[in-house]
Design a protein around this ligand. Structure first.
Ligand SMILES: Nc1ncnc2c1ncn2[C@@H]1O[C@H](COP(=O)(O)OP(=O)(O)OP(=O)(O)O)[C@@H](O)[C@H]1O
Ligand SMILES: [Mg+2]
Length: 244
């Protein structure tokens, strides 16, 4: 069976190089997320996944290469421009503000797109995460680590992304938390939000994704539909990295 990816490109990353000072960590990465896709980016520790995601979000400068989103070149875009264009990233190990309420943490997530904040965006997140709705006026410090991670994802969702980037949302937390987060990501995808996920829990990630890339030492070494990836040796390459 020949499958095609959706025709419309959303995120186009071409030959991107990113360095920390003189030390280059991403050596020419190329990948795409098409409209409405759920894409997973796999790779061992230190492969350069987070570095590449930071370049996409404008948090790290590129040394060379191009990143286009919705047809627009992001070379000169600030992180705020990029959020406004519709790319929202939930950072690896993202921490919420402990001394703020759940509701205020969520409201903060709306500021990048709207400097006055936008309470109307919160209802959707409360629908998705009733456990947050029930406790909206409690301090975030009262949530468990897993619930805080869910709140961090909620902060991303209120930013109204066209592309939601999740960097290791499992973060070493309970399996139930990652199941919850991946279910929500799939739900968002069904409502038209594209997803780019980095996750070490490979099996769980593949259950939700359409398409996957493998990153090895700063390059995208392979890419394919999830069922193709399952058939090839790509998964062994990730598993041999110690994340079985
Ligand atoms: N702030 C930094 N300064 C210098 N080097 C860094 C910095 N952050 C990461 N690196 C290096 O860049 C390379 C890629 O790291 P990166 O964090 O992007 O990998 P990763 O694939 O996200 O790994 P992990 O699965 O552990 O999150 C590694 O060699 C790492 O040591
Ligand atoms: Mg990382």
């Amino acid at each position: 069976m020949i499958k095609d990816r959706p025709a419309a490109p959303l995120l186009e990353v071409r030959d991107v190089h990113v360095a920390y000072g003189k030390a280059e960590a991403v050596h020419g990465a190329t990948l795409e997320v098409r409209a409405g896709e759920f894409v997973v980016l796999l790779g061992r520790n230190g492969a350069g996944k987070s570095t590449l995601l930071h370049a996409i979000s404008g948090l790290l400068p590129m040394r060379s290469g191009t990143i286009r989103f919705n047809g627009r070149d992001l070379a000169a875009a600030t992180p705020r421009d990029i959020v406004r264009a519709g790319i929202v990233q939930v950072l690896e190990g993202h921490r919420v503000f402990h001394s703020l309420s759940i509701e205020d943490n969520l409201l903060l997530g709306t500021y990048a797109a709207n400097p006055r904040g936008d309470r109307s965006k919160l209802a959707r997140v409360y629908d998705m995460f009733p456990e947050l709705a029930a406790r909206r006026h409690e301090m975030a410090s009262r949530l468990s680590g897993g619930q805080q991670q869910i709140l961090a994802v909620g902060q991303g969702v209120v930013g109204d992304p066209k592309l939601l980037i999740l960097d290791e949302p499992s973060g070493g937390l309970a399996p139930m938390v990652i199941d919850r987060i991946l279910d929500v990501a799939s739900h968002l995808r069904r409502s038209g939000v594209a997803i780019l996920l980095v996750e070490q829990l490979v099996e769980k990630a593949l259950r939700h994704a359409d398409y996957g890339y493998l990153m090895e030492t700063g390059r995208i070494a392979a890419g394919g539909f999830v069922d193709e990836l399952r058939e090839g040796d790509l998964l062994q390459r990730v598993y041999l990295g110690g994340h079985a």
